[in-house]
Design a protein around this ligand. Sequence first.
Ligand code: SF4
Length: 236
Amino acid sequence: MFVSEIFHSIQGEGGLAGTPSVFVRTSGCNLRCWFCDTPYTSWNPEGWHEEWQSVLDKALSFECEHVVVTGGEPLLQPDVVPLTKALSEAGRHITIETAGTVDRDVAADLMSISPKLENSNPHRDRPVEQDAKLRRRWSDRHDRIRNRPDVITRFISDYGYQLKFVVDQPTDLDDVEHWLTQHPSAKREHVYLMPQARSEDELADRSDWLIEAAAVRGYQFSPRLHVEWWGNVRGR
Ligand code: SF4
């Protein structure tokens, strides 16, 4: 497996926010969102190669019930299948954090899906750190593969799930509604609106109106506790 980091912290997002968890973060992603908060797993993938059995030993060395397999895009890696099955046999609660573009028969108690909307496209006139040529190169590919209704349909049908949408502007809310028309079986109580925020300032700018918008539309608001507490540093 291509691994970026393994650490113990507290889940900062979604329905399990506040839950102590071990994070196994793989490196590598098939998308390039302009707002990616882990560019060291996407734009500039860093990490090391390690046998899944060794990753399992490290995850189990923490006395912690919850294990979050995240990325990058963890489902790009075939070894996530035996890893999650072994974690499940060891009695761990497993969350998979995915954009929902790759299907693998993993073991998971919670499929935490963050579908990527048009607002994630890297070719945007926005203050991003990545090279403009690189962003233009990724733009078409990103749009081509960011929406896989077949994968999402299976995940919603076969796993406990939540849908976490990254919202940057109020106009993004119409895209959320439109995306959900593809999946009429998705329950609103499983839908989380999460502010696009890689810093405390961005979080403060977007949280108030997004809390209100989520309440009006019958969705959940997802905090980003790790940004609030630690400012999105690595390993926390
Ligand atoms: S899908 Fe996730 S990891 Fe990949 S580029 Fe987008 S935000 Fe980053």
